[in-house]
Design a protein around this ligand. Sequence first.
Ligand code: THU
Length: 127
Amino acid sequence: MNYEKMLELAELAAKNAYVPYSEFPVGACVLCESGNTYAGCNFENSSYGLTICAERNAVGTAIANGERKIKAIAIFSPNKKNCTPCGACRQVLSEFQSDEGLDVILQGDEGIKVTPLKVLLPDCFEL
Ligand code: THU
């Protein structure tokens, strides 16, 4: 699947975000080595720290479907261009990046922006 279509799926997922506290919807779509894609949105909780980011929701759905290698993730927020993944999500993504790495796809100021995860998270923690 091409990166434009993935951003569209992320945009669609953001419409389901549950964000009564921040009013900051985010959608994400991961592309796995199988060729399958999985979308996720953020969902918040009155106990704020329990909030789950869109990226981790999408990764969790991929894992629950038996996937283990992720090639790319598209992230979209209607509130903000260049909506980069938070530090925690970068670390979670690093766990499942494909052998060729993982592309992070964002809606930039002038079209799609693609950045390798290793640029966003150099020297990630590994056991
Ligand atoms: N959020 C994400 O979904 N992904 C990120 O990478 C950063 C933040 C969500 C969490 C919360 O629901 C809202 O954005 C504001 O922080």
